[in-house]
Design a protein around this ligand. Structure first.
Ligand code: ADP
Ligand code: MG
Length: 248
């Protein structure tokens, strides 16, 4: 039936292909603008100065299209999981190391409290890293004058919990209401796809995301990722390298 054929379209793949196509053309556009910018690198007349300003403006717009495209691609890919059994600590450790230079430059005091004995989770490590990074970037942007960023990893009944607490600007109820709507942003250069991507990733893992925020005080995001019972894992005979920390 033709109706069924229509519903079989993979919209994520379609959107991905479309975005790639757009990005190619924007690349060509940007390259030509770059050449044009070189021509007007040292404007001598008011007319040339105006031309240079317009070219700069167009290049910024190109960059914006590339940024939105990349965020959108990450958003569409948020549900293709390549899951492995990992310690959440290993993921957090990696993302902290990656984010350390940014944190230092932004005058942010980053502290992590890992509770001992948290069991492994069956997740896509790259996508979980992506989620934590999106939350960290938001936290950093909410603390333009520096502050504290606290990470907690712990266990709760049936779930591994990750908390991220910042001492940033916090959010008005109006912002809180729209937080997870795609393209909602309060930032001039924002894409509004960071949190919707986090939500999609965590939900694809069967988990949840919660937020508490007080204007002027800060914000706390709580991610809960369900612990998969060993019996439900596709490969029950784990190689010894995947032994849990408690086993060692
Ligand atoms: P973007 O960062 O591109 O604006 P996001 O989806 O990441 O998009 O965030 C949406 C909006 O939520 C932001 O524009 C901001 O207003 C608000 N927000 C997100 N995280 C925080 C935070 N930690 N503190 C204050 N506001 C936040
Ligand atoms: Mg963001």
């Amino acid at each position: 039936m033709s109706h069924q054929a229509e519903t079989a379209i993979d919209f994520a793949e379609l959107a991905g292909g479309f975005i790639h196509e757009i990005k190619n053309h924007v690349g060509t556009l940007n390259l030509n603008l770059q050449i044009l910018a070189e021509t007007f690198a040292n404007p001598t007349t008011p007319q040339e100065r105006r031309a240079k300003n317009r070219i700069d403006r167009l290049r910024e717009e190109c960059q914006k299209i590339v940024d939105i495209s990349n965020d959108f691609l990450r958003f569409t890919r948020a549900q293709e999981l390549r899951k492995v059994l990992v310690h959440i600590e290993d993921i957090v450790e990696e993302i902290i190391a990656f984010f350390e230079p940014t944190v230092r430059q932004a005058n942010i005091n980053l502290v992590w409290h890992p509770a001992p004995g948290v069991p492994r989770v069956f997740v896509d490590p790259d996508l979980i890293k992506q989620s934590l990074l999106n939350l960290m970037i938001n936290a950093e942007q909410a603390m333009p004058n520096g502050g504290n960023l606290t990470l907690v990893t712990r266990q709760e009944q049936g779930a591994v919990v990750i908390e991220m607490i910042d001492t940033g600007c916090g959010m008005e109820p109006e912002v809180l209401k729209n937080l997870f709507s795609p393209f909602f942003t309060t930032k001039p250069g924002g894409t509004g796809l960071g949190l919707p991507t986090v939500k999609r990733i965590i939900q694809a893992h069967g988990g949840t995301i919660d937020v508490e925020s007080v204007v002027g005080l800060g914000t706390k995001f709580t991610l809960r990722i369900p612990i998969t019972a060993l019996a439900e894992l596709p490969n029950k005979g784990d190689p010894p390298t995947q032994a849990t920390k408690e086993d060692k």
